[in-house]
Design a protein around this ligand. Structure first.
Ligand code: NAD
Length: 434
């Protein structure tokens, strides 16, 4: 298996510090064009989001002032089923970012073969400065504004950066007030009491762990000898770290927005998680762990480790730092953490990258289970969820790995190829309306 196609050339506009995630997603998509026979018309459909909604979200702050934020919901493609994708509250949210994320969701759902299209949403805001009641008002108004687009059979949101089960609960309630009907399947990642799936909170991190173990096994690396660095100690990163530690890996570096920490002998992740239950802002800052030094985020990315798990935001491994990355394996917990330019540099070095649309798909697989349980009004045991999740992640890794070997392409190109061909096939079978 090649780590990257020798013929891949990154266009000049992608080289540099400013990276447009939508351009990046389209660039990754275009790299698989030469391996498919998808007709030109269908290819044009694949390169455009079906629907992009921009909404104003006015919020009354606790002091009585009204502030207006901009929100989005993008439905990228629904050929394989209702659109599916998270909601992000972050100052960096833009229409272009949401379009990119909705595109990645489309290919991801197809790679793991769940019957969904891809969507994504978000509000450009800094929620860290919000009180709980301000956050609730922001969420409820946003939910009301995107209400015409979402629904159990249309488009199903879920948590993403800075959103969680509580945010989903407010969306369930708001949409129930608006429709007059109980409809828990309108979002996934909600609290168990409201129809959430046991295991959903851990699902993305669990999928990252399963993928990491699968890649290590194929490379003949014993997990108990691996040193792992995790960028972004939020939902995905912290759970992946905890589960990999349970499997015998040593987690030597972790970070969040408050700073990065290096512990060569390995963190006791359960103790770190205990600390974060009561730390200010539930952040790592102030962590007192034996044998730990504070490092910069850039130093974390370039540490001498076996496995690097970027689990924060897009465009973290770029042309600027890729040459210094020492990890043998990168497992992308975040969406879009590696730019195409970095992909090329890492490919030349032989770094194996388990791409986002495969490695972090555990969340959407479990969301699919939650949605099925909501539609059937029949909850499953957690064990059943975890077993089915592992099976789907392992099967998807098998398919991507095999395709990469067969065509001598990188795992990213193979995953895109697999996903894109499935979406293209559904579009072709449906035909173009009218
Ligand atoms: P989260 O908000 O729970 O965690 C994000 C973490 O990243 C936080 O710890 C934050 O402090 C940290 N962070 C932000 N900027 C950083 C920086 N510059 N350096 C270091 N750390 C930084 O979000 P999450 O749900 O864990 O999502 C993380 C990534 O995983 C996102 O790219 C998201 O799209 C992706 N993802 C999430 C899910 C899911 O189920 N939650 C599923 C698939 C993919």
């Amino acid at each position: 298996m090649a780590t990257q196609n020798a013929t891949n050339v990154v266009t000049d506009r992608l080289v540099g510090v400013e990276i447009d995630p939508y351009e990046m997603m389209l660039h990754q998509l275009d790299l698989v064009r030469e391996y498919t026979n998808v007709p030109d018309g269908v290819w044009q459909i694949l390169r455009k989001p079906e629907r992009t909604l921009e909404v104003a979200v006015p919020v009354t702050r606790d002091n009585g002032d009204v502030e207006v934020f901009t929100g989005y919901r993008v439905q990228y493609n629904s050929a394989r089923g209702p659109c599916k994708g998270g909601i992000r509250f972050h100052p960096g949210v833009t229409a272009e970012e949401v379009k990119a994320l909705a595109g990645w969701m489309t290919w991801k759902c197809a790679v793991v073969n769940v019957p969904y299209g891809g969507g994504k949403g978000g509000i450009s805001c800094d929620p860290t400065g919000f009180s709980r009641s301000e956050l609730e008002r922001l969420t409820r108004r946003y939910a009301a504004m995107i209400y015409p687009l979402i629904g159990t059979r249309r488009d199903i949101p879920a948590p993403d950066v800075n959103t969680n089960a509580q945010v989903m609960n407010w969306i369930v309630d708001t949409t129930q007030v608006l429709s007059g009907e109980s409809n828990p399947g309108i979002v996934t990642g909600k609290s168990i009491e409201l129809g959430g799936a046991l295991g959903r909170r851990e699902a993305t991190g669990r999928g990252v762990m399963v993928t990491t173990l699968g890649v290590l096994q194929r490379l003949g690396i014993d997990v108990t000898t691996t040193r792992v660095a995790v960028q972004g100690f939020g939902n995905v990163g912290s759970i992946a770290a905890e589960l990999l530690e349970d499997e015998g890996a040593t987690i030597v570096a972790i970070s969040d927005v408050s700073g990065a920490y290096h512990c060569p002998a390995g963190f006791d992740i359960k103790k770190v998680l205990e600390y974060m239950k009561t730390s200010p802002g539930h952040l790592l800052a102030g962590l007192d762990h034996p044998g730990t030094e504070e490092i910069t985020n850039d130093e974390l990315l370039t540490l001498d480790v076996d496995v690097l798990i970027p689990a924060a935001l897009e465009a973290q491994i770029t042309g600027r730092n890729a040459a210094d990355v020492k990890a043998k394996v990168i497992v992308e917990g975040a969406n879009g953490p590696t730019t195409p330019e970095a992909d090329l540099i890492l490919g030349e070095k032989g770094t194996v990258i388990a791409p986002d649309i495969l490695a972090n798909a555990g969340g959407v697989v479990c969301s699919y289970f939650e949605w099925v349980q909501n539609i059937q009004c029949f909850p499953w045991e957690e064990e059943e969820t975890n077993q089915r999740l592992s099976r789907i992640m392992q099967r998807s890794l098998d398919e991507v790995w095999e395709l990469a070997e067969q065509k001598n392409i990188s795992m990213r190109t193979a995953a895109f190829l697999l996903g894109v061909e499935r979406v293209a096939e559904s579009i072709t079978l449906r035909g173009v309306f009218p």
